[in-house]
Design a protein around this ligand. Structure first.
Ligand SMILES: [Zn+2]
Length: 61
């Protein structure tokens, strides 16, 4: 399900949506078709960052 970003297009200021394909995440404008790759999709999606154990010895238990 695409996520909408209103007036996010840098070219025409139109409404864009965020979706992904085999190349990764991108944002595409409905009005002019302008498309750009999203490098910082993790920030956009607000995913929790997976962290490793501080001591690194959890696997030895
Ligand atoms: Zn546009």
């Amino acid at each position: 399900m695409p996520r909408w970003r209103l007036r996010a297009c840098p070219r025409c200021g139109g409404d864009s949506y965020v979706d992904n394909d085999i190349d990764g995440w991108y944002e595409q404008c409905l009005l002019c078709g302008h498309r750009r790759e999203l490098k910082d999709i993790e920030q956009f999606m607000k995913r929790p960052v997976r962290t490793t154990g501080k001591h690194g010895d959890l696997d030895a238990a």
